[in-house]
Ligand binder design. Structure first.
Ligand code: GDP
Length: 446
């Protein structure tokens, strides 16, 4: 994802501030120019970049007497806030309310990922106890109904559509009525797209919105559309009352900057991101957490949520304490492996820790990674308490390694591999020593 590259460049620009002895107009301008170039390379709209530059300059008063260190912090916080502002239109999206039939209409160009996203959205709510239903009002694309039917069947979500009816408005109306009678609380209407913005498409959207009277219209956009995002999003907004945005294919090589333009064009927040073709590759979007991740600060709020989900309440303070102490023993590694295995898809959690790379758990190879983690754990089962609790790497002599290999039925090479992994993770872990785990959006950990 190029957005990650953009984040890297912004981090670089901010780090240059730390290397400068005095922060004057010239240093600030250089830093802002580099940030602007980073944003431009990710296809963020030129006008938005200009606004951001001048807002930061306004916030950072170089004449004040703040010491260099504080000035840096002020600039970093201003960059963080501006990126958040770009992604946050200032008004929250409609949140479906339980106990009433919420009608949600999806719009977007053909291929944006609309049909896939409708099911992901429905599935996300179904997991939380909602009763969603899907209506296929896409009569334009051959095979659209089959695709929705297949997805819905897989997720066990009721669906409605027709192979013979050619009027999408009629299908939408019938589908919504039927699911209202069946007491579904989330009725999702998938609509047609076109390859490009056409008057006929927008007219169809208008009619569909009129008969279904949606509580929320979601604009789905492919993260790779770049500079075209602003016009496209605006064109939809002019036809129907778009109230939220979902950006798909964030897992690809897309530049992603178009997402920011879509927010600005529709004055609507991003609510979810599509991160793969599968049903559960779907993430709720939280601006501050996203920007934190973008700037390499780690998504602490997401990480904490995951910890709360997976680690028993009484163990949480202990885990956080260990994180902050920075001393990583093999026992901690063992416990973290246990936590990771409980937390479902590997990688999700650990990738949220700043600096944890994907080596241990590359995306798409979760099964293999789990097997590896389990193998490491069997070897650790053959270790003594002294070995598990030590932070002294010299303790692991050849004879101890030999005993562990024999005890676990593994080769010496495999035990060495496990110890190498331990060393690697210990290095990452040690970076968190003394780190204050920040509240959402706090920059002080940077
Ligand atoms: P529609 O024409 O807008 O309804 O688009 P589809 O839902 O048919 O999606 C078009 C293609 O994009 C399909 O091959 C999907 O599997 C794929 N797709 C949708 N969302 C994502 C995503 O988040 N990541 C990836 N990699 N592919 C996606």
């Amino acid at each position: 994802m190029v957005l990650a590259e953009m984040g890297g460049r912004i981090i670089g620009a901010l780090q240059n501030l730390s290397n400068a002895t005095i922060i004057d107009e010239k240093v600030l301008t250089e830093c802002l120019n580099e940030i602007s170039r980073a944003l431009m390379s990710a296809d963020v709209q030129f006008k938005m970049i200009g606004t951001m530059q001048s807002n930061i300059k306004k916030t950072v008063n170089l004449d004040d007497r703040a010491a260099g260190h504080n000035k840096r912090k002020i600039i970093q916080q201003a960059v963080f806030n501006e990126l958040c502002n770009m992604l946050d239109p200032g008004k929250p999206a409609f949140v479906p309310k339980k106990g009433k039939p919420n009608v949600i209409m999806f719009v977007g160009l053909q291929g944006s990922g609309k049909t896939t996203t409708c099911t992901k959205y429905a599935f996300n709510y179904q997991k939380k106890g909602w009763k969603p239903a899907l209506v296929c009002a896409d009569t334009f694309r051959a095979g659209a109904f089959d695709q929705l039917k297949q997805n819905a069947t897989k997720a066990k979500i009721p669906f409605y559509g027709s192979y013979t009816e050619t009027d999408p408005v009629k299908i939408a109306q019938e589908g919504v009525e039927r699911f209202k009678k069946e007491n579904c609380d989330l009725i999702i209407v998938d609509t047609s797209g076109r390859h490009k913005q056409e008057a006929s498409l927008f007219e169809e959207m208008r009619q569909l919105a009129e008969v279904t009277n949606p509580d929320l219209v979601i604009f789905v956009m492919d993260s790779s559309i770049g500079q075209a995002a602003f016009d496209q999003a605006q064109a939809f907004k002019q036809s129907v009352a778009v109230g939220a945005v979902i950006v798909t294919k964030m897992d690809g090589h897309a530049k992603g900057g178009g997402a920011l333009s879509a927010v600005s064009a529709t004055k609507s927040p991003i609510i979810f991101l599509g991160t793969g073709e599968h049903m559960d590759e779907f993430e709720a979007f939280e601006t501050k957490a996203f920007v934190s991740r973008l700037l390499g600060m780690g998504d602490w709020s997401g990480f904490m949520d995951k910890i709360h989900e997976a680690v028993p309440m009484d163990q949480q303070p202990e885990l956080l304490q260990k994180l902050q102490e920075g001393n990583f023993t093999l026992r901690i590694m063992y416990e973290q492996f246990q936590n990771i295995l409980n937390m479902g898809p590997l990688g999700q959690v650990m990738s949220m820790i700043p600096g944890f790379n994907q080596e241990l758990m590359p995306k798409g190879r979760e099964k293999e990674s789990q097997a590896k983690v389990k193998k490491f754990m069997t070897m650790m089962d053959s270790m003594t308490d002294e070995e598990l609790d030590s932070t002294n790497p010299k303790l692991m002599t050849d004879s101890r390694i030999y005993r562990i290999a024999r005890g676990s039925g593994r080769s010496l090479r495999e035990v060495h591999e496990m110890l190498e992994e331990y060393k690697r993770l210990a290095k990452v872990w040690s970076k968190m020593k003394g780190l204050k785990i920040p509240k959402k959006g706090d920059m002080s950990a940077m």
